[in-house]
Ligand binder design. Structure first.
Ligand code: PMP
Length: 363
């Protein structure tokens, strides 16, 4: 009997719902505030005209500059096609499909489960506490068979940092048993909170970083894994032979130069001041029930009639990210901090919308 193409696929791939990235979700907007990108770009020149040759697997200039920037040794850095590839490499290197599990605490970033599912590895969830901190006793109960734990700090989409004392307890309870991955994709917006200085103490700590957010290079697809050498050596076994193209390495090295770092820091300062303005304005909109504090380049807020708010802004070309389906986030939308003008568009669109219990006519 002949099989359909669908029948030939792996069971877990057939059952998989792919990650609903902002780009896949589409929309016809002119104000894109749904992917936590930096709002403006700069132009880059290619300096390496050697496209006839394969690139270096781990381009030396990029590794050395990132190590210096992050305050670690070059042997503690792996560069990959975005932090997303780092997530996948960690699961592939440490988890046996059908046997081991990964664990994470929703609401959080969606790729931990998608990558685990793609690879055929069980994912276990322990919901975050009401204040979006770790439920350590519940995690302790679920650790059997877990090889990799993902903790996003600051967390996407809630914007909060994970308590460092809790992280220490998590590292203590997992020592010798599992890898703890701190996803620091947004750490440039709160650099004092990095765990990079902890690598000396914890052989099982891994940190994920990216150029997609504060460095304004989401289109470049360049991310980093920081860990002690034994972890990096294992990841090097499963990474593709040429994970970064020559133009990507070329631009990444420029972004990590002194001038590149200064530009990033000035961009971060702008985002932080616009964020403060946006939070203040959101707090005075009738349709906003709560604005949550943020350590990042996005703000999570709870709205009365959030699907109506989402659609009203969508129809005006303002694209936000609906977080309504995530555990504990009913009524919540995530708004990337765009330019001041973009944030003004958001506020102007929200102002006329009514609060809970009022119809539009009454407001
Ligand atoms: N981790 C988190 C928490 C993120 O929000 C993102 C980007 N959406 C990533 C990792 C992946 O980043 P990259 O673009 O480097 O793959």
């Amino acid at each position: 009997m002949s099989s359909t193409i669908e029948d030939l696929a792996r069971d877990n791939v057939r059952a998989l719902t792919p990650y609903q990235s902002a780009r896949r979700l589409g929309g016809n907007g002119d104000v894109w505030l749904n992917a936590n990108e930096f709002a403006q770009t700069q132009t880059w020149q290619l300096t390496q005209q050697t496209l006839n040759r394969y690139p270096e697997c781990q381009p030396k200039a990029v590794i050395e500059r990132y190590a210096a920037y992050a305050g670690v040794q070059p042997e503690q850095v792996l560069v990959s096609r975005g932090a997303d590839e780092g997530i996948e490499l960690l699961i592939r290197a440490f988890c046996e499909p059908g046997k081991d599990a990964v664990l994470y605490c929703p609401p959080t970033y969606g790729m931990y489960s998608v990558s685990a599912e793609t690879i055929g590895v069980e994912y276990r969830t322990v919901p975050a506490l009401e204040d979006w901190q770790l439920d350590l006793p519940a995690i302790a109960e679920q650790l059997d068979g877990v090889k990799v734990l993902f903790v996003c700090s600051p967390n996407n989409p809630t914007g909060n940092l994970i308590n460092p004392d809790d992280l220490r307890q998590l590292l203590a309870m997992t020592a010798g048993k599992a890898i703890v991955v701190a996803d620091e994709a947004y750490i440039e917006f709160c650099p004092q909170a990095t765990l990079a200085g902890w690598l000396k103490e914890y052989p099982h700590l891994v940190i994920l970083r990216t150029l997609s957010k504060a460095f304004a290079l989401a289109g470049l697809r360049c991310g980093f894994t920081l860990a002690n050498k034994p972890v990096i050596d294992l990841l090097m076994k499963v990474i593709a032979p040429y994970p970064l193209s020559t133009p990507v390495a070329d631009i990444a090295a420029q972004a990590l130069s002194e001038a590149g770092l200064a530009l990033m820091r000035s961009n971060v300062a702008d985002v932080l001041s616009t964020r403060e303005w946006l939070i203040e304005q959101l707090q005075s909109c009738d349709c906003v029930e709560a604005v949550f504090p943020s350590e990042t380049n996005y703000v999570l807020a709870r709205f009365s009639a959030s699907s109506n708010v989402f659609k009203t802004l969508w129809d005006q070309g303002i694209i936000l990210r609906d977080q309504n389906k995530q555990p504990s986030l009913s009524g919540c939308l995530r708004i990337t901090v765009g330019t001041r003008a973009e944030c003004e568009r958001v506020i102007s669109a929200l102002r006329p919308l009514a609060g809970a219990g009022l119809s539009l006519e009454q407001a």
